[in-house]
Design a protein around this ligand. Structure first.
Ligand SMILES: Cc1cc2nc3c(=O)[nH]c(=O)nc-3n(C[C@H](O)[C@H](O)[C@H](O)COP(=O)(O)OP(=O)(O)OC[C@H]3O[C@@H](n4cnc5c(N)ncnc54)[C@H](O)[C@@H]3O)c2cc1C
Length: 388
């Protein structure tokens, strides 16, 4: 069967709709939010009304009945203009709602998914701890089942958790050690903690280098009690659950990184056509044209990589290696393109009012979040048969 590189009519329509939204609604306003470190409630509400938070979920839970590929298309188009809104969507869907959809009971799905799919509420996923993110199996947060009251009692701290402290955050799913296996290794489970539960504190937002209009917080749990029924999936399955969630999430981050890389090309081509030096547009110089050609090449290949990984996921094929390759490649490409875009813009590239300055600062986290570049290389090497 020949390979068809074209999007389906439904996917293409979605892509165009989000492209227009990013251009018409996000672009004129987001710089202001970003500079003031404000969460863009108004834009997020509109994204919710468009159905973006429900894209990969069935209609019976309030979703749009689409697929993960559709989500990635939307993320790429949003990140072409701004990464804060894109990561708010990515984390809301793939870290907030997806664990509940994949592992929740029917009751948990009916309770939480309609709000999360409409964007009226946001969910978060708390895996990383101050003691370490890459080695997530070394979790120190604990949850003990109090048999007398039928409640989990959670103690510990999570850090860098996206979407965890907005006014519309409804829950965070946290990983916690719930026991020890026979070989002494920790048994990790996932538990849903609704916002406002006594003993669950959310710190003030971090001051970050980038993603300034997204919400990132430290969370602490001090004898925080939730019903036993808030366990997500089977007890002790938390480690396996988040490995799957992160594998999927890497494709979404790859699409987001591709969008940022493409946004750098868009902005730089436009600037190179109009900015003049030595009596002619800077784009008349082959040195600038070659930079732009390399940037376009990198964005294109990043897109090919995420679409390949997402297609495998949607088709139910193995996608672990391809997801790691896509995440690794596209995040490094995003950083490279952001650096070159700033260079092409000269001094204006260092001014926050120019989108490429925002993109430059937003790009670095892509090599860190949802698994660092080193972790992606470890995963790829493992797929090549090397034990890490
Ligand atoms: C803005 C932001 C949002 C985030 N959102 C979330 C979220 O919503 N939920 C969540 O759970 N987490 C979130 N994170 C956490 C993120 O996933 C972690 O920061 C990331 O996984 C890295 O963990 P760490 O920061 O503890 O670094 P570490 O694990 O301490 O790593 C430090 C360095 O050592 C390297 N390293 C570690 N082990 C090895 C090894 N074996 N070989 C070679 N190099 C190694 C790493 O690659 C890295 O370069 C977020 C982080 C940020 C900054």
């Amino acid at each position: 069967m020949p390979i068809d590189h074209r999007l389906s009519p439904e996917h293409e329509e979605l892509r165009r709709t989000v492209e227009a939204f990013a251009h018409d609604v996000v672009a004129p306003k987001i710089g202001e939010y970003w500079e003031h470190h404000e969460f863009p409630y108004e834009i997020v509400r509109e994204m919710g009304r468009m159905g973006l938070f429900g894209l990969p979920f069935p209609e019976e839970y309030g979703g749009m009945g689409g697929d993960y590929f559709a989500l990635c298309l939307a993320l790429e188009e949003l990140a072409r203009v701004d990464s804060s809104v894109a990561i708010t969507l990515e984390a809301g869907v793939s870290l907030g709602a997806m664990p509940i959809f994949l592992y929740g009971t029917e009751e948990q799905k009916r309770t939480w998914l309609p709000g999360l799919c409409s964007g009226e509420t946001l969910g978060a996923f708390g895996l990383t701890e101050p003691g370490g993110g890459s080695d997530a199996g070394a979790s120190r947060t604990t949850a003990r089942l109090d048999e007398a009251t039928g409640e989990w009692v959670i103690n510990g701290t999570k850090c860098f958790i996206t979407n965890s402290g907005t006014d519309i955050t409804a829950l965070v799913t946290v990983t916690a050690v719930t026991g020890r296996k026979e070989d002494g290794r920790p048994e990790i489970s996932s538990i849903i903690v609704p916002s406002g539960t006594p003993g669950f504190s959310v710190a003030a937002p971090y001051s970050k280098v980038g993603w300034n209009a997204s919400d990132t917080r430290e969370l602490s749990f001090a004898d925080c009690r939730v019903p036993a029924a808030n366990l997500l999936g089977a007890e002790g399955r938390g480690y396996a659950q988040f490995l799957r969630i992160l594998d999927e999430g890497r494709i979404a981050i790859s699409a987001l990184a591709t969008g940022l890389a493409q946004g750098c090309v868009d902005e730089s081509v436009a600037y190179a056509r109009t900015r003049e030096a030595f009596g002619r547009p800077i784009g008349a110089n082959q040195a600038i044209q070659f930079k732009l050609a390399d940037m376009e090449m990198r964005a294109h290949m990043a897109r090919v990589a995420w679409r390949d990984a997402a297609s495998r996921l949607v088709l139910g094929e193995p996608f672990k290696k391809e997801a790691a390759i896509a995440k690794l490649y596209s995040s490094e490409v995003a950083v490279d393109n952001a650096r070159e875009a700033t260079q092409i813009h000269g001094g204006y590239g260092f001014m926050n009012e120019y989108p490429v300055a925002r993109m430059w600062r937003d790009s670095k986290i892509l090599e860190i979040g949802e698994g660092t570049s080193e972790v992606q290389r470890m995963l790829i090497a493992r797929e090549l048969g090397f034990a890490s």
